[in-house]
Design a protein around this ligand. Structure first.
Ligand SMILES: NC(=O)C1=CN([C@@H]2O[C@H](COP(=O)(O)OP(=O)(O)OC[C@H]3O[C@@H](n4cnc5c(N)ncnc54)[C@H](O)[C@@H]3O)[C@@H](O)[C@H]2O)C=CC1
Ligand SMILES: O=C(O)[C@H]1O[C@H](OP(=O)(O)OP(=O)(O)OC[C@H]2O[C@@H](n3ccc(=O)[nH]c3=O)[C@H](O)[C@@H]2O)[C@H](O)[C@@H](O)[C@@H]1O
Length: 463
């Protein structure tokens, strides 16, 4: 079966970039990305491609090439479902905030709504592709909804998890380590798998396209994120031990990373991992293990999250302790608010939790981030419900450049590893600050020796 029309439900950090790349690489396929969020769709359709709602290096160029040719953004979900042969579900699957599994399980209400909408609208056979990250065996629930509430048409359900990382989404999509496609072992299932393989084969070599059964594919996505996050918690655990023993975590990471069995990537000690997925996916994995009575498995993975929470809290505690056990009314400058560089996404960013801790100690936070708006920062703090919007607004100041953010500060805290932070005139920053002037480098990106020569008291992670 040759696919000529694709629909993607969910125009977010995954749906938007993924479909833009499919459209760019497959000019014969019409790709329509739909979303309930009218503002988001309006932003994707903004005549100036620089204003698209997601910041990713290289994305605006791809959108401007394909948009209006074979890439469309729309709020007309029914029409896009009706016309497409293949429908990607790329909606959010956050941690549940209510009811059974609150704080652990994935909230599948948006997924179920999509399945019901597809069932209601579809009048011809469709291939439904799980692009969202889902608990293992979700395809079973989707199949049941589609088959019991639909118009008698045939559905094939594929799992095709996305492995892109934010900040490098475009290069990850153009040159993926692998594409994973899980489907039914029946001949209809195999045909559906082949149809999706053919789409990716337009730019990905066949040896990188892996096909499995649906359950392996669903579980592999959770497993990949758990392994990646585990490496960060492992090196962060060592960072605390390094601080007690005069070992240096960057040296330890380098030494172990040269062992080809361990590998060098994902061994950067930090203020703690953030992002929309690591925490949610591991909590989901923990919940699934518990639901099968596998308590040791659940405890094993939960420790990755416990370590990460500890790492964030440890960073804020260190700032308070170093500043003579009080930060009340002191200005602390934050460089960075995003959960990593090259993205405007702040979900679960360590900066939010560190700011919250320091505001509890009545510090004044002054933030500069090149891509995150003040509204976003305030709404991130409001979401924690520690204090009201007015109080958060009064404690958090935002500046559009780092020099102003650092002026009159007692300390600078680096929360995101934006490249530009390493290029600043740090002497100028030092001169404008209260003395002693402290730098807490939560990303180990600054040159400690250079800063100490200027006069700063520098503290990195794990040294
Ligand atoms: N953000 C990332 O880097 C990655 C995310 N994922 C997974 O991809 C999925 C989506 O994540 P993001 O794109 O980050 O989420 P997002 O929150 O940026 O986007 C999801 C979009 O779906 C829309 N939506 C929700 N229900 C809808 C419905 N019934 N009809 C139409 N639109 C609807 C929302 O309005 C929102 O714009 C999640 O399961 C996530 O775990 C997987 C790999 C990477
Ligand atoms: O499922 C997802 O959402 C995605 O989650 C992560 O991608 P992402 O969260 O976008 O970004 P990462 O590069 O993994 O960084 C996550 C967090 O870990 C931190 N990190 C990363 C690497 C490292 O060595 N140390 C470290 O502290 C980053 O600063 C960031 O806060 C995975 O890397 C993707 O493969 C996956 O598709």
């Amino acid at each position: 079966m040759k696919i000529t029309k694709i629909c993607c439900i969910g125009a977010g950090y995954v749906g938007g970039p993924t479909m833009a790349v499919i459209a760019q690489k497959c000019p014969d396929i019409q790709v329509t990305v739909v979303d309930l969020n009218e503002q988001r769709i309006a932003d994707w359709n903004d005549p100036n491609p620089e204003n698209i709602p997601i910041y990713e290096p290289g994305l605006s160029e791809i959108v401007s090439e394909a948009r209006g040719r074979n890439l469309f953004f729309s709020t007309d979900v029914d029409k896009a479902i009706d016309e497409a042969q293949m429908i990607f579900i790329s909606v959010n699957t956050p941690t549940k905030t209510y009811g059974k599994g609150k704080g652990m399980a994935a909230d599948l209400k948006y997924i179920e709504l999509c399945a019901r909408q597809i069932a209601r609208v579809a009048k011809q056979n469709k291939i439904v592709v799980e692009k969202s990250t889902l608990p293992v065996r979700t395809a079973e629930a989707i199949k049941s909804i589609l088959e019991n509430t639909g118009n008698g048409v045939q559905f094939q359900i594929l799992s095709n998890p996305e492995f892109l990382a934010e900040g490098t989404a475009v290069t990850d999509l153009l040159n993926p380590d692998r594409i994973l496609i899980g489907g039914d072992t029946t001949s209809e299932g195999q045909k559906a798998i082949q149809a999706l393989v053919d789409v990716y084969a337009n730019w990905v070599s066949k040896d990188r396209i892996l096909t499995t059964n649906v359950w392996s594919s669903e579980l592999s996505k959770l497993t990949a994120n758990a392994f990646l996050a585990q490496r960060i918690s492992s090196i962060n655990a060592m960072s605390e031990l390094c601080e007690k023993t005069e070992a240096n975590v960057s040296e330890v990471a380098r030494a172990i990373g040269m062992d080809s069995r361990i590998g060098a990537k994902f061994l950067k000690a930090s203020v703690g991992f953030g992002g929309s997925c690591f925490q949610k996916d591991i909590l989901n994995l923990v919940y699934i293990a518990k639901s099968y009575g596998l308590n040791e498995v659940a405890d094993y993975w939960e420790q990755v999250i416990i370590m990460n929470d500890h790492q964030k809290r440890r960073f804020s505690n260190k700032i308070v302790q170093t500043l003579y056990n009080t930060v009340a009314d002191k200005k602390i400058a934050f460089l960075g608010w995003a959960f990593k560089k090259d993205t405007n996404d702040t979900r679960e960013s360590a900066a939010i939790y560190v700011a919250d801790d320091l505001i509890n100690e009545q510090a004044k936070i002054s933030v500069y981030d090149p891509k995150v708006t003040r509204n976003k920062m305030i709404s991130d703090l409001d979401y924690l419900e520690t204090r009201n919007n007015q109080e958060n607004s009064s404690y958090l100041e935002t500046l559009d450049n780092a020099y102003d953010a650092c002026k009159d500060a007692h300390a600078v805290a680096v929360l995101t590893e934006w490249d530009e932070f390493t290029t600043y005139d740090w002497k100028r920053i030092y001169d404008s600050m209260h003395k002693p002037a402290f730098v807490f480098d939560g990303r180990n990106i600054l040159d400690a020796k250079k800063l100490e020569a200027i006069g700063f008291i520098y503290q990195g992670i794990g040294s």
